[in-house]
Design a protein around this ligand. Structure first.
Ligand code: CA
Length: 286
């Protein structure tokens, strides 16, 4: 069954392909996926008033996109918050994914006590959370992430990292797990931003660091808050649903296109590129 490979275009609703198509001859299947991409791109162009997407840079979130690290993060958040009498379930941790640690701690603290957590408290809880996270085994690369990055590099596109993480262990591991992919000057981390996701700030900063405009990049995100940030920055935003969330949450957050995994994005990368190129030439003929 190929249903798990179904990419999905939005807005505000899912552009679904009938399952019957997955049993059709391969050419029909490929054509249909391609049409989904074209629809999503056309809609983005219409909504943002752009003539084309001239792809130069791909802005990647880190946790849940490049590393399969979210189960460890969710567990670490839950454990450490409980230790401090603060209630954050593992599942809710996925909904906060992408925020800075300080913002997550403050939201939970505010909810329970009706006031802001002190900077000292935030620093101490976040340090403990990082320590707890590091007790887990090293997170693996997300399947398909390395391969899609290789395709992107080979095409002369610039990969940019845009993460809310301030975890040195993971940032350091990037160079080891993704050698030669991300240059330090093309990274946006928790240390660079004032507001963080879902504010568009990190992605706007990513565009600036890459030296490209909003319609010269795409965002790859797995978290609702990250998708909101990418969309708010006016960038074509691809959601990859690598966690336990219902995909509708990601579509409602504003994803232009949704893939069920990084591997699926990797597998369909060439077709997506073709759809981008085709949409560009169509617009130029208008
Ligand atoms: Ca993420």
């Amino acid at each position: 069954m190929a249903a798990h490979k179904l990419p999905c275009a939005t807005p505000k609703g899912c552009f679904l392909i009938p399952n019957s198509l997955f049993y059709s001859p391969i050419s029909n299947f490929l054509f249909s996926i391609y049409q989904v991409f074209k629809e999503a791109i056309s809609r983005y162009l219409r909504e943002h008033g752009y003539d084309n997407i001239r792809l130069k840079a791909v802005l990647f979130d880190m946790d849940g996109v490049l590393f399969n690290s979210m189960p460890y993060h969710a567990d670490a958040w839950h454990t450490v918050m409980e230790r401090h009498g603060l209630h954050l379930s593992r599942e809710e941790a996925y909904m906060h994914e992408g925020r800075t640690g300080a913002a997550t701690i403050n939201i939970v603290y505010q909810r329970q006590y009706g006031k802001d957590a002190t900077p000292e408290m935030i620093e101490s809880i976040y340090a403990e959370k990082s320590e707890e996270f590091n007790r887990h085994p090293e997170p693996e690369r997300m399947p398909g992430a390395w391969e899609v990055l290789q395709k992107i590099k080979a095409e002369g596109l610039t990969p940019v990292l845009v993460t809310g993480s301030g975890q040195h262990s993971l940032l350091d591991r990037l160079a080891h797990n993704f050698p030669g992919m991300f240059q330090r000057e093309r990274m946006v981390t928790a240390f660079d931003v004032k507001y963080g996701k879902p504010n568009p700030e990190p992605y706007l900063m990513g565009l600036e660091k890459a030296g490209v405009k909003a319609n010269e990049a795409i965002v790859v995100e797995n978290a609702p808050i990250g998708v909101q940030a990418g969309a708010a920055a006016g960038i074509f935003t691809i959601a990859v649903n690598t966690g336990p969330l219902d995909r509708q949450v990601l579509l409602d957050a504003g994803a232009d296109l949704l893939f069920p995994s990084m591997q699926a994005l990797c597998d369909d990368w060439e077709r997506l590129q073709t759809a981008l190129d085709a949409s560009n030439s169509l617009r130029h003929k208008d």
